[in-house]
Design a binder for this molecule. Structure first.
Ligand SMILES: NC(=O)C1=CN([C@@H]2O[C@H](COP(=O)(O)OP(=O)(O)OC[C@H]3O[C@@H](n4cnc5c(N)ncnc54)[C@H](OP(=O)(O)O)[C@@H]3O)[C@@H](O)[C@H]2O)C=CC1
Ligand SMILES: O=C(CO)COP(=O)(O)O
Length: 317
């Protein structure tokens, strides 16, 4: 089946490169600069040349003619993109390729797609993978979630490539939450490492952060197995331990008190606030997420955040 990628950032470009090594694929960007001539996205994914079957366009009507559209824009921009091009997206297979919870509504990308374009099959592609790894042809495994099992199986076939192995699930809520929440915990881990609190502290934050992910996911009706798979445990592990991650790097800067480029896409920042609000409404205790939300808004520093986590009442694991 014909595939287009909507959004020519690092991840959209990487997916288009991997898919374009095997079949015709179109990559749409609102500002493609000289990408078509150079056959490379020097701004978002340098040193990853485009395969011959990858076509570049800034004409959304051309790109949206494909039946499968991968939506690779940041979470907080997804609704805008869907609203702007709604007429072109009706009846399509729309696969969200973003990770986060929308701050204005408290819902994830599949729910946003369903809300804006009810007459489309909404899916999500998520899990542990850095754009540069995918583009370089390194092996990666991701979760593909769609409520309609036969559509999910078709998408799984169409989107699998030589270096991209997809596992499918019907649990879109679990897949959304795994990808969204791991970014928040990665900021916490980066902050601890940046402040010199050590690898033991990071392991504690990863483990107790994972407990928070499971608590919220269970409350929202996700399947626990989804959270222990690629989109949850898998992506948490990658993002909390690699300086390739922008969320982890933001945490490192917060911990070390250094500057961070505000133009960088860091999904965990808005998601921490969105989840903090969700948890407050639901009466759920998510102390690491709350601490990250306070850190981002400068209501807390890393040292005090760690002290308050260590001084919480003792409990069973
Ligand atoms: N990078 C990675 O390794 C991975 C990223 N992801 C996820 O992919 C999503 C996108 O991240 P990533 O590609 O890295 O981010 P980038 O910052 O590299 O790119 C974001 C892209 O979105 C485009 N964009 C933003 N707003 C709009 C809009 N309103 N209309 C059209 N295009 C828009 C930008 O366009 P412009 O260039 O014109 O500004 C840019 O091309 C995130 O949710 C991220 O979590 C998932 C797995 C891996
Ligand atoms: O989601 C990712 C890895 O799976 C990319 O992480 P960052 O957005 O933190 O760079």
């Amino acid at each position: 089946m014909n595939i287009s990628v909507i959004g020519a950032g690092a991840f959209g470009t990487a997916l288009a490169i991997s898919l374009g090594r095997e079949a015709a694929v179109t990559l749409w960007g609102r500002d493609i600069g000289d990408m078509a001539e150079r056959r490379e996205n020097t701004r978002h994914l340098p040193n990853c040349p485009f395969p011959p079957k990858l076509a570049i366009t800034d004409n959304i009507s051309n790109a949206a003619a494909a039946p499968i559209l991968l939506l690779a824009v940041p979470m907080q921009k997804l609704r805008d993109v869907l609203n702007t091009h709604a007429g072109l997206f009706v009846g399509k297979h729309l696969v969200a390729c973003c990770k986060g919870i929308e701050l204005s509504s408290g819902i994830g990308p599949v729910s946003v797609i369903r809300a804006v374009i009810p007459d489309a099959d909404a899916a999500i592609l998520t899990g542990p993978s850095f754009a540069a790894d995918i583009a370089r042809g390194l092996p990666t495994a991701l979760t593909l979630a769609c409520a309609n099992d036969s559509v999910c199986a078709k998408l799984q076939q169409s989107l699998t490539t030589a270096n991209l192995r997809l596992y499918r699930t019907g649990d879109t809520t679990g897949a959304e939450l795994g990808g969204a929440l791991k970014n928040v915990i990665a900021i916490a881990c980066g902050a601890a490492m940046g402040a010199g609190l050590g690898e033991s502290a990071r392991a504690a934050l990863m483990t107790r952060g994972y407990a928070e992910m499971q608590r919220l996911a269970a409350h929202l009706g996700a399947h626990p197995a989804t959270l222990s798979g690629l989109s949850g445990f898998g992506d948490l592990t990658l993002t909390c331990t690699s300086t390739q991650s922008r969320n982890y790097r933001l945490g490192l800067s917060l911990g070390a008190g250094t500057q961070f480029d505000p133009a960088t896409t860091v999904e965990g920042a808005a998601t921490a606030k969105a989840v903090h609000q969700l948890a407050a409404k639901a009466g759920l205790d998510l102390p690491i997420t709350s601490a990250v939300s306070d850190l981002i808004d400068n209501r807390l520093d890393v040292q005090r955040a760690m002290e308050s986590l260590l001084n919480r009442p003792l409990k069973e694991e």
